[in-house]
Design a protein around this ligand. Structure first.
Ligand SMILES: C[S@@+](CC[C@H](N)C(=O)[O-])C[C@H]1O[C@@H](n2cnc3c(N)ncnc32)[C@H](O)[C@@H]1O
Length: 254
């Protein structure tokens, strides 16, 4: 089913405008400096959306490539980056199976978007696509969804409101257990927009599979194309002894 939210890139961008793209790009560069075995001149943002981090990387001089399945998101990214005088290449594709014409040196997927691969088979296919698009020694950074099923707060709705240029967007995000044996949750994402008095609502409801940390390791091993570098917290480049609930997974292409 077509996403209501991802068809509204401008409102989506306002909803998530709390993202600090400079800090996130700094962190990406720290990972590159510490763990990449190749010099990084080009980067791929998988499931990029309006891609604040990618625009920041373009600003810093990297060849920037954004991949997303949403035409609206990519059109918005293209015109927005052109307005800012930035060059960003866009590719409309399903992240489960894609091919780049030119390999990149570094790839990343942010904000838990890896959940959209939906099942283990598709995750393995996704890893093959990323591996085929990445140079040997290049990193693939996955900012996984925060996972903590033991905490009842995990299933409570979160809500926040952001404003820009007369547009107010109230976003509500909730994850609900659907089938715990299959690790499937229902993700409900709602944007209530007030654009200078015009009120609109956009809702997405998806059944998605959470990949748990230990499962990541096993699947990466099974895929065989990447070396598992480690689990990290979201703001540090120190390898954790064990995964935390709020984790980044770092892989290096063999
Ligand atoms: C949560 S947004 C992430 C936006 C961006 N990475 C950020 O940090 O702001 C998820 C994005 O994934 C895209 N998406 C969902 N399923 C996808 C798929 N199978 N292949 C490619 N993109 C997908 C959506 O269109 C949307 O732009």
């Amino acid at each position: 089913m077509k996403s209501q939210l991802y068809g509204q890139p401008k409102y989506y961008e306002i909803a998530f405008s709390f993202i600090n793209q400079k800090r996130q790009a700094d962190l990406l560069e720290k990972f590159i400096k510490k763990f990449s075995d190749v010099e990084v001149k080009s980067v791929l943002d998988v499931a990029c959306g309006p891609a604040p981090q990618l625009k920041e990387m373009a600003k810093r001089g990297y060849r920037a490539v954004g991949l997303d399945s949403s035409r609206e998101m990519l059109n918005y990214l293209k015109s927005d980056s052109a307005k800012a005088g930035l060059k960003v290449e866009t590719i409309r594709a399903d992240m489960i199976s894609f091919k780049l014409e030119r390999k990149v040196d570094f790839a990343y997927i942010m904000m838990g978007s890896i959940i959209y691969v939906k099942n283990n088979q598709s995750f393995l296919s996704h890893l093959n696509s990323v591996a085929n698009s990445l140079k040997s020694g290049g990193l693939y950074l996955i900012e996984n969804l925060a996972i903590n099923w033991a905490d009842p707060n995990f299933f409570k709705p979160q809500s926040w409101t952001m404003k820009r240029a007369g547009i107010k967007v109230k976003t509500t995000y909730q994850i609900l257990p659907k089938n715990s044996l299959k690790q499937i949750v229902t993700q409900v994402l709602k944007m209530e927009v007030n654009a200078c008095g015009k009120k609109m609502a956009f809702i997405d409801e998806d059944d998605l599979k959470i990949i748990f940390p230990e499962e990541f390791k096993v699947l990466v091993d099974l895929n065989g194309r990447f070396e598992f570098v480690g689990f990290f917290e979201r703001n540090k480049v120190k390898i954790l002894q064990k995964a935390s609930s709020n984790n980044i997974v770092l892989l290096r292409k063999k």
